[in-house]
Design a protein around this ligand. Structure first.
Ligand code: AMP
Ligand code: ZN
Length: 437
């Protein structure tokens, strides 16, 4: 089935034709690992997971290479590690592990390759050397900068001229820069900052060069799809293009550039200071991963999402209703307009509408394809059927039984709740409960 994708580079939707149908290649910018990922970060993970699944269906499981990197060298990481008094390696290992667990709970397949920036410093240095040799970069005071005036089409992704960019951007003014939009490829590290030996002294890479180096390493000079959130389009992706194309005789970095829209919370930007900031981890404590995933897919990936708890409750109810009529989600291909909708620039809301109209096997197949398995939700659904007051009464009854040293009764109450998917936790502040996963 022909797949059509919207391309930020051409500002239009067109037929997707891979460069090599035997190896369809996609790169997605992954997380910078210094803290728990938030629910907005879950969006590209889920969106590009659905695309990965669609490409695998079209070209075969073994014929799609999906690379999503881990940015494990960054000034935010340095600052957080110093604050916590732990090594950068410990911080990034810990955070990356949490990220992998979170996105797995959201039903995302593992990408084919998950490269870490710190393991590709040599490739970054080589790329920077190529850029210097090609006249696209210059060294200044231990820094290496990309000279944007050397690349005539700089701004083609963001669709802005250099003049507009200078006017619109809050660019860092530094005496060693030739042009205000020139960006850092390499910068010096002092003794207390992580650094690697390089032809320009001990230092560390800029963020943008990391992706160019890792994409080049695993996907070659030109590949099919590059993805990430819309916030990365400029300057990150624009700079990736400038670097990779500058080093590779202007061969295009990616054919198709895809950007997911932003997630907002109750109409506002998610921010710690606004008190509307939710990590994936804390949401998973109350909501099945499937509900979070389904809630995300109800909006088309290019639209902004307004994340609300009312929306989550609605998503949970919809899944519950479907799971009541479907059996284990095996994979008979539904013939209901479902795949046509997905192939039309990943139109998940339309695909979901088609499932509403479908029955049984088609519904089961569609949900299975989207990464849902009803096992997790069946457990959670049981819990939804138990009312909280009833749990509180059971906890009180168990407390009374324990006080009367009637442990057979207190165990019976605990086991009865467990059978309903409720786990009791005894702590210094009393007994609390949570949903078994
Ligand atoms: P970061 O770790 O900040 O580089 O972000 C990882 C990924 O999450 C990138 O693809 C970002 O574009 C994306 N992202 C960050 N915040 C949001 C948000 N609120 N909504 C949607 N995507 C986001
Ligand atoms: Zn990137």
């Amino acid at each position: 089935m022909p797949i059509r994708l919207y391309n930020t580079l051409t500002k239009s939707k067109g037929a997707f034709t891979p460069l090599d149908a035997k190896n369809v290649r996609m790169y997605v910018c992954g997380p910078t690992v210094y803290d728990f990922a938030h629910i907005g970060n879950a969006r590209p993970a889920i969106v590009f997971d659905v695309l990965f699944r669609l490409l695998r269906r079209e070209y075969g499981d073994g014929h799609v290479t999906y690379v999503r990197n881990i940015t494990d060298v960054d000034d935010k990481i340095n600052a957080r590690a110093a604050e916590r008094g732990i090594s950068i390696r410990d911080l990034t290992e810990e955070t990356a592990k949490i990220y992998f667990e979170d996105v797995a709970a959201l039903g995302c397949l593992e990408p084919s390759i998950t490269p870490r920036a710190t393991e590709h410093i040599a490739q970054m240095i080589a790329l920077i050397e190529q850029l210097i040799a090609a006249g696209h970069a210059y060294e200044a005071e231990g820094h290496v900068l990309f000279d944007v005036s050397s690349k005539a089409d700089y701004g083609k992704l963001a669709n802005r001229s250099l003049k507009e960019m200078v006017a619109g951007a809050r660019v860092e003014v530094a005496p060693y820069k030739k042009g205000p939009m020139d960006f850092v490829l390499w910068k010096p590290s002092d003794v207390s900052t992580p650094g690697w030996a390089s032809p320009w002294g001990r230092g560390r890479p800029g963020w943008h060069i990391e992706c160019s180096a890792m994409a080049g390493q695993y996907l070659g000079e030109t590949f099919d799809i590059h993805g990430g959130g819309i916030d990365l389009m400029f300057p990150h992706h624009e700079n990736e293009i400038a670097q990779s194309e500058g080093a590779h005789h202007n061969h295009p970095l990616a054919q198709v550039w895809m950007h997911n829209g932003f997630l907002q919370v109750e109409g506002e930007k998610m921010a710690k200071s606004a008190g509307n900031f939710f990590t994936i981890r804390e949401l998973l404590a109350d909501w099945p991963g499937e509900v979070l995933r389904f809630n995300m897919l109800r909006t088309h990936y290019r639209q902004p999402i307004d994340f609300t708890f009312a929306g989550l409750r609605e998503s949970w109810k919809m899944l519950e209703r479907w799971y009541a009529v479907t059996e284990p989600l095996v994979d008979p291909a539904p013939d209901s307009g479902f795949f046509e909708a997905l192939a039309d620039d990943l139109n998940t809301p339309a695909a979901i509408v088609s499932l509403h109209q479908a029955r049984d096997m088609a519904l089961a197949g569609g949900l299975g394809f989207l990464g849902f398995s009803n096992v997790q939700l069946k457990i959670a659904t049981k819990v939804a059927a138990v009312d909280e007051a009833e749990i509180a009464r059971a906890i009180e009854a168990r407390k009374a039984a324990r006080a009367a040293k009637n442990f057979a009764e207190s165990d019976r109450i605990r086991d009865e709740l467990l059978a309903k998917g409720i786990v009791l936790k005894d702590g210094p502040g009393g007994t609390t409960w949570e949903v078994k996963r």
